[in-house]
Design a protein around this ligand. Structure first.
Ligand code: NAG
Ligand code: NAG
Ligand code: NAG
Ligand code: NAG
Ligand code: NAG
Ligand code: NAG
Ligand code: NAG
Ligand code: NAG
Ligand code: NAG
Ligand code: NAG
Ligand code: NAG
Ligand code: NAG
Length: 820
């Protein structure tokens, strides 16, 4: 399509990092990876990523909002689409999410005309196609509208910098539309909707202030109110506030005038407020004698004053170049330089792009909102856009643990503070509102992962344990989400009414029985891991419950010549015998298994792989089943956007299967883990706009690739890391704030398809290492104090490991009978 281009170096923005320590890793980032899906030119099935200006975990992510048709080939979640019409430029976005879009507000839109056919209340009358390629680099975005306006964007933590360049002969206007948000073009139940706002123009100045409130979206959240403080570098010649009837088509919530002509705005002088009917409000500014208009806009969840203060303090100059440089410096300092590889001429630039872009995408959300929590007063930090734990717990939190210790500790404290003040840990959260729980209460896994790796800091683990114990014990109230008539999707574990008395989640009383049984098992293992020190008397109870998945194991269930699977089981103890093991149907909220088949979920027991191996018939059977799930054309399910182009049962594009390719380590056949996982990475990850195999899921897919490139894989809720095979011969990672973990790969020889990447031997801190795994504190604290992991690689597929297989710390043997 040629609609996008990332700039390594753009003419006016030459980055000059001369000193050797200050490598500009940002130059390797391709911010478009995941912006497009399998159908070129459309977002559908792609990463749903945000494209625009942002700092790491920034509250502001400034970028275009678009409307792309046909809507069945689009996805508006990140705002940007390859060729959608631009409807506005807004400050808040999420990245990589599915479901109903969130945010896309507050927005501005530069226009060359506001007369004639243009109706400020109808975006279709002014929306813009783009010309040429959009440009994006870390902290910077540029596009050109068909109208001739060039838009450049950059951002600080709580403010956005816009720079509009107009054609000399055209009109120069900026529309501020407080009723703008990212809509859901194909359904209303989880679409956002506008619930009111207020705008005020300061006469004879370039400043406007106010707020907008938008509700709904993915988690069906309560209204989010954002205060806005915008300023233009040149005071406009005219500025007028307006209001108009709220006729958005999401008629479930608003008065609808489907058949009426779209209303026109009423101009109201220097201010406009929504009033009782949630009228739309906005303003339009016009200039006569300038060709460039710059605008800085601060936002806050607390007050207009705070929004103005952010604008002034974070964007001290009107220069987009300065703003971009500040953002880029922060990314280099706080993110990219945490993982340092050779960037010299001889380095493989594709790999640099994959590594640093992946790091970029896994630091866009959650949004750090310290001092920006409107819901309660607390000295604890605050984060939002945890979207979702279901995605993040698999391995992303474990990387943050290593390379972002400050942010990560803050996130955990924020989670526990949410429990303190709202009663529950979130499994997902956006717009200051919990939801949606896809399976278990996976914040439990996150807390346990940190806990077993010794993270204490200022985390109150007494409350942390109380929080996970509540998840394990208290049925959340029913939130009446329209997509699940059986239990809460907001927080907690909606099927505890089965889980506690039966030990498994039944398929007749609850939705998603298979995947919930599997997830609750790991959740309870996680609880037992924290209990081990915080409440030793509870440990055994939760450890025992963590074997619940075995009660859902039907040894006589057979598919593709393999026997024994986690299956839907009814409350009376019988199994759903005719359940299709390779096809979960829509694999949706109301189905028996969520986003994965019984075939896949049968492997997803990281705390007790040993028992899985037994139940599958021993190591030989386990291995052939594992081999089978990677064979092409075996998938029996339409994976939809969660796996376009994938034909194997194993779906590397979706979270449940992230760890499965690495399970050969549990057979001491590590070379096969290396082979499978590398092949998946090579087949599905590219430095192209459609270069990830599905929604990036807040960076979860990207982070899977980072671990792959480092040659490690963490087993979440335990201190174990599997050893795999690095993609670089020398990697320095800053862990635990200021220690260096060096990973070297002697003999790596995989240029141009060569296969010199199989492990021949490993040394950790000089010690010969005969196991294909190690623990966080092994070898004198390799992950806390740093040190060196030395891989010797070669082309030979070797069983080099002779030590114990990775542990199964939740090992329990329940009698599974022979299937009823
Ligand atoms: C979208 O709809 C169009 C027209 O109905 C159809 O041709 C196209 O195949 C659909 N695309 C997808 C991805 O389903
Ligand atoms: C644009 O207008 C359409 C049609 O009224 C509406 O569905 C949509 O929500 C509006 N806003 C955006 C940002 O697309
Ligand atoms: C009113 O809406 C209905 C249903 O969308 C449509 O069939 C009809 O043609 C519309 N009438 C007018 C006058 O636009
Ligand atoms: C625009 O420029 C013209 C010519 O320099 C000048 O006469 C006019 O006053 C200016 N208008 C404004 C609003 O500054
Ligand atoms: C861009 O900003 C950087 C850092 O603020 C500065 O060193 C450089 O001179 C600026 N370049 C231009 C063209 O303004
Ligand atoms: C890693 O650190 C070591 C020790 O400081 C240094 O010699 C080596 O060049 C570094 N490697 C990379 C890729 O930065
Ligand atoms: C943890 O928080 C609770 C209140 O939520 C408090 O009573 C307790 O003292 C705190 N513990 C520590 C170690 O600060
Ligand atoms: C999942 O279910 C929801 C609610 O019924 C529906 O809106 C959505 O389209 C479904 N998604 C898929 C992929 O089937
Ligand atoms: C199952 O085993 C039979 C007999 O060994 C063989 O013919 C058949 O191809 C196998 N089916 C699959 C799906 O592997
Ligand atoms: C998988 O199926 C596709 C489409 O039917 C076919 O082209 C391809 O050769 C098959 N691959 C294998 C390994 O059987
Ligand atoms: C299960 O679904 C697959 C794929 O849709 C289908 O080929 C198979 O016949 C189904 N199996 C059963 C037992 O219904
Ligand atoms: C560079 O890395 C990419 C991605 O791993 C790989 O496909 C390509 O073959 C490598 N190029 C060379 C020259 O090794």
């Amino acid at each position: 399509m040629g609609k996008l281009k990332y700039l390594a170096v753009a003419a006016s923005l030459v980055v000059d990092f001369t000193s050797a320590q200050d490598v500009d890793y940002a130059q390797f980032v391709n911010p478009f990876i995941g912006s497009e899906g399998a159908i070129r030119g459309y977002a559908y099935g792609g990463g749903d990523v945000f494209v625009g200006g942002a700092v790491p975990f920034g509250m502001v992510k400034l970028g275009l909002d678009t409307y792309e048709e046909p809507v069945n080939q689009s996805a508006l979640n990140g705002g940007w689409t390859p060729q959608g019409f631009v409807t506005g430029v807004s400050l808040m976005h999420v990245s990589g999410t599915g479901g109903g879009p969130k945010y896309g507000f507050p927005a501005q839109m530069p226009l060359t005309s506001i007369d004639g056919d243009v109706n400020l209340l109808d975006n279709r009358t002014y929306w813009q196609k783009r010309e040429g390629d959009d440009l994006a680099s870390v902290g910077y975005f540029r596009t050109k509208f068909e109208s001739g306006i060039t838009v450049e964007l950059s951002a600080s933590r709580h403010a956005g910098m816009h720079h509009y360049t107009y054609p000399a002969a055209s009109g120069k206007h900026v529309l501020v539309d407080f009723s703008h948000y990212l809509p859901h073009p194909t359904r209303s139940w989880d679409s956002q909707f506008y619930t009111g706002g207020e705008i005020e123009l300061q006469p004879n100045s370039g400043t406007y202030t106010g707020y907008t409130s938008i509700a709904g979206g993915w988690c069906i959240g309560a209204p989010v109110t954002v205060y806005v403080c915008g300023e233009f570098d040149t005071p406009p010649d005219t500025g007028k506030a307006f209001k108009g009837k709220n006729t958005f088509p999401v008629s479930r919530h608003c008065r609808s005038f489907n058949n009426a002509t779209t209303p026109s705005p009423t101009f109201t002088g220097n201010s406009a407020r929504s009033g009782p009917l949630n009228d739309r409000v906005g303003a339009v500014f016009s200039w006569n004698n300038v060709t460039e208009v710059k605008s800085r806009v601060g936002i806050s969840f607390m007050s207009v004053d705070k929004a103005c203060a952010y604008k002034d303090s974070e964007l001290p100059s009107w220069s987009i170049n300065d703003t971009m440089h500040a953002a880029r410096d922060e990314w280099n300092r706080d993110v990219f330089s945490k993982i340092r590889v050779d960037t010299s001429e001889k380095a493989n630039k594709t790999r640099l792009a994959l590594l640093y872009s992946s790091l970029y995408f896994m630091h866009l959300i959650p949004s750090e909102r310290i001092g920006e929590n409107p819901l309660w007063e607390s000295d604890e930090p605050y984060f939002d856009d945890i979207y979702t734990m279901w995605d993040l717990f698999r391995n992303q939190v474990s990387l943050w643990h290593l390379i972002q210790p400050s942010y990560y500790e803050s996130m955990l404290r924020a989670l526990i503070d949410m429990f303190r003040h709202e009663g529950w840990l979130p499994d997902g959260r956006s717009g200051n509102y919990n939801g949606l729980v896809q399976g278990g209460s996976n914040a439990d896994n996150v807390l346990a992962d940190a806990y077993v790796k010794g993270l204490r800091g200022n985390i109150n683990w007494t409350d942390g344990y109380a929080a996970v114990k509540k998840d394990a014990e208290v049925l959340p109230y029913f939130d009446e989400n329209p997509v699940d008539p059986q239990g809460s999707l907001k927080e907690g574990r909606s099927a505890l009414d089965d889980w506690i008395p039966l030990g498994y989640v039944s398929a007749d009383r609850n939705s998603r029985a298979v995947s919930k049984s599997v997830e609750y098992s790991l959740n309870d293992f996680a609880v037992s891991q924290i209990a081990a020190c915080e409440a030793p008397e509870d440990r055994d109870l939760y450890l025992q419950r963590s074997a619940g998945w075995q009660l859902s194991w039907d040894p006589s269930a057979t598919a593709r010549n393999f026997s024994g699977f986690v299956m839907p089981r009814f409350a009376d103890g019988t199994f759903h015998k005719t359940y299709n093991i390779t096809n979960c149907g829509d694999c949706n909220w109301s189905d028996e298994s969520y986003e994965g088949t019984a075939f896949e979920y049968s492997f997803v027991i990281p705390h007790d792989v040993a028992r899985v191996i037994d139940l599958m018939g021993g190591p030989g059977h386990f291995e052939s089943r594992l081999d089978y799930v990677f064979q092409p054309n075996t998938s029996g399910v339409d994976l939809g956007v969660n796996g376009l182009g994938i034909t194997t049962i194993n779906n590397v594009a979706n979270e449940p299967d992230f760890q499965t390719p690495y399970l050969y380590n549990y057979l001491n056949k590590q070379w096969k883990s290396v082979e499978r996982s590398r092949q998946l990475a090579n087949d599905f990850y590219f430095n192209t706009s459609n270069g990830i195999p599905g929604n990036s899921d807040a960076g979860a897919l990207n982070c899977w690739l980072v671990w792959q490139m480092l040659g490690l894989y963490p087993i979440v809720t335990t201190p174990v890391y599997l050893l795999e095979s690095p993609w670089f011969s020398d990697i320095n990672i800053t862990v635990n704030r200021d220690k260096t973990l060096r990973i070297r790969a002697d003999g790596l020889d995989d240029d141009g398809g060569k296969q010199g990447y199989y492990v021949q031997s490993v040394k950790i801190n000089g010690q010969e290492w005969n196991k294909n795994w190690f623990e966080h504190e092994d070898a004198g604290g390799i992950m806390t104090e740093g040190g060196e992991i030395l891989f010797t690689l070669g082309a030979e597929q070797q069983v080099w490991e002779s030590g114990d297989v990775p542990p199964s710390p939740g090992h329990i043997v329940l009698d599974v009978g022979n299937g009823m």
